[in-house]
Structure formats: structure tokens, C-alpha cells
Design a protein around this ligand. Structure first.
Ligand code: 13P
Length: 287
């Protein structure tokens, strides 16, 4: 069922667990995430960056593929199709293409401009029954060529954006996209707690879910994080399993070069990573 992320995140916040957002890149990725969510009876959010959308031939191709797959695989758990780190124009394109959720990343704008653009998009998403995520304080690391410095968000600015009526709020608390460096100081729970106190019932989003230790994830959830984004970890799992298949020469045996065989270990590896995260986030059985 393709739905907005609102209800699943409201339930997650009340139930003290988090819903995973897993970024998708192609058919195998989408199938792996959807089937795992169904097997575990977990709600799920499929994240699509603007780069991944372009790679998959545009947002309409993605939306149509996801809707068709939900139907043909008999997926009954709630699924949100969500634009990840969208530009204003990208958000409009996803609304048009049939996504059920968007993220407008106005974190690099002055706060007044972030407020103005977020307000306009809230109006449109409300009319369409879609959910919208906003961001305050850029997330560290590199994603699709955008490099953030990993700053901690200002809790007052978070309140300002939350009060506009977004569905969920991403706030920088020292998290970074991609692998964490050896000398990473960890998440700033002090910042997270201050943001939680200012934003009340607002479901908070933790980006950069790859490589955050389990105890930090659990603490973040206890402090109001209801959505956790994972991208790089599935990419690494896929690459490692594919490398192993080829290094073991399995593509050279019989019809081992058949793409359906060649891509199968990577797809299974994505499923295993998604399962591990859903168990850690506590969303299993919550659909
Ligand atoms: P990772 O690639 O670090 O898992 O982060 C994903 C993310 O936050 C997508 O917005």
C-alpha cells in the first residue's frame, strides 16, 4: 500500500521505535526492500535521491515501478515513496510523478528562505495528502555531490520549521552521510534532547544511518527519532556479495553470468541488511 509517511511516523513516535528509510537505486534494490518489509510486517520508506531518480530514468518511472511492484508482489505493509534531499524543483516533479512523500532540503538556504520555500511546499503536500520532511542544520558527508559539514542544528530554528506544520524534521546532530571516520565524536544527544524539547510531538529524522553503533541508535530513538535513513550500508553489502560471487568464479560456471544469477547474492545481501536494521529500529511487526 503506497501511503504518506504521516501515520506510520506518528505511530512510531508514540510506540518508541523508528521506521527505516532505505534508498533505492534499481529494480533489485526496490524488490529487496519491499519483500523484506513484507516478510517482517514492517512499515517502510523507500528513499529516492535526485541522482538516483535520474539514474532510474526519472521520478515517473520510479513511481510507476514502485506502484506496480507493490501490486504484483502483493505488498500489504504501508510503503511511503519519498524524495530524499530534494530541491524545490525536484519536490514539484515528485509531487507530479505520484510520490507519496517528499523531503525539501532547504538547510543550505538562510533560515528565512528555508521557511518560505518549506511553507509553499507544505501547502501543496497538504492538498495532496502527502507527507513532507524539512531539514535544519546540514548533515555531514557527501551525497549526490552535495557536501555538508555535519553541524548541529539550532533548536530554535528547528522549532520555527516544525511549527510550520511539516510531517517530520531532519536536524543535524553530528551525523554524517556515508562511512563514519575513525575520529567521529558520535551523535550529539545534548542537541537532540534540546531539539526534542522545542519540537514536542514532531517525529525527528536521523540521516546517515550507516555505521552508527546500535547503542547510539537506541538512545536516539528514545529521544524522539522516529525515522532513520540508511543508504551506504546497503550499497556496501550489495558490492561485497557481488564481488565474492565473481571472485569465486561463479559467473564462469554454467550460466552463472545470467544477470538474474549474478545479481542474486547482492540482492540477498541488501535484504539481510534491511532485516538487521528493521530489527534494530524496532519496526518489525508494526505494520
Ligand atoms: P547513509 O548513506 O550514511 O546511510 O545515509 C543515508 C541518508 O541519510 C539518506 O538521506
Amino acid at each position: 500500500m503506497l501511503v504518506s509517511a504521516k501515520e506510520m511516523l506518528t505511530k512510531a513516535k508514540a510506540g518508541h521505535y523508528a521506521v527505516g528509510q532505505f534508498n533505492i537505486n534499481n529494480l533489485e534494490w526496490t524488490k529487496a526492500v519491499l519483500t523484506t518489509a513484507e516478510e517482517l510486517k514492517s512499515p517502510v520508506i523507500l528513499g529516492v535521491s535526485e541522482g538516483a531518480g535520474k539514474y532510474m530514468c526519472g521520478f515517473k518511472t520510479v513511481a510507476d515501478m514502485v506502484k506496480a511492484m507493490i501490486e504484483s508482489l502483493g505488498i500489504t505493509v504501508p510503503v511511503a515513496l519519498h524524495l530524499d534531499h530534494g530541491t524545490y524543483e525536484g519536490c514539484l516533479k515528485c509531487i507530479e510523478a505520484g510520490f507519496s512523500s517528499i523531503m525539501f532540503d532547504g538547510s543550505h538556504y538562510p533560515i528565512e528562505e528555508n521557511v518560505a520555500k518549506t511553507t509553499e511546499l507544505i501547502k501543496i503536500t497538504r492538498e495532496k495528502g502527502m507527507s513532507i520532511e524539512a531539514e535544519v542544520g546540514s548533515i555531514g558527508g557527501e551525497e549526490d555531490g552535495v557536501i555538508g559539514m555535519g553541524e548541529c542544528a539550532d533548536p530554535d530554528e528547528c522549532k520555527m520549521i516544525a511549527d510550520l506544520g511539516v510531517t517530520m524534521l531532519a536536524a543535524g546532530i553530528g551525523n554524517i552521510h556515508g562511512k563514519y571516520p575513525e575520529n567521529w565524536p558520535g551523535l550529539s544527544f545534548e542537541t537532540l534532547d534540546a531539539i526534542r524539547q522545542k519540537t514536542g510531538a514532531m517525529p525527528l529524522v536521523l540521516h546517515g544511518g550507516t555505521g552508527i553503533p546500535a547503542d547510539m541508535i537506541k538512545k536516539a530513538i528514545s529521544l524522539g527519532v522516529s525515522k532513520i535513513n540508511v543508504n551506504t550500508e546497503c550499497q556496501i553489502s550489495f558490492a561485497e556479495a557481488t564481488r565474492k560471487y565473481i571472485e569465486e568464479g561463479k559467473d564462469l560456471v554454467g550460466k552463472g553470468f545470467d544477470p538474474r544469477k549474478l545479481l542474486a547474492p547482492g540482492t540477498e545481501a541488501i535484504k539481510a541488511t534491511v532485516k538487521e536494521k528493521m530489527e534494530l529500529f524496532g519496526s518489525v511487526g508494526k505494520a
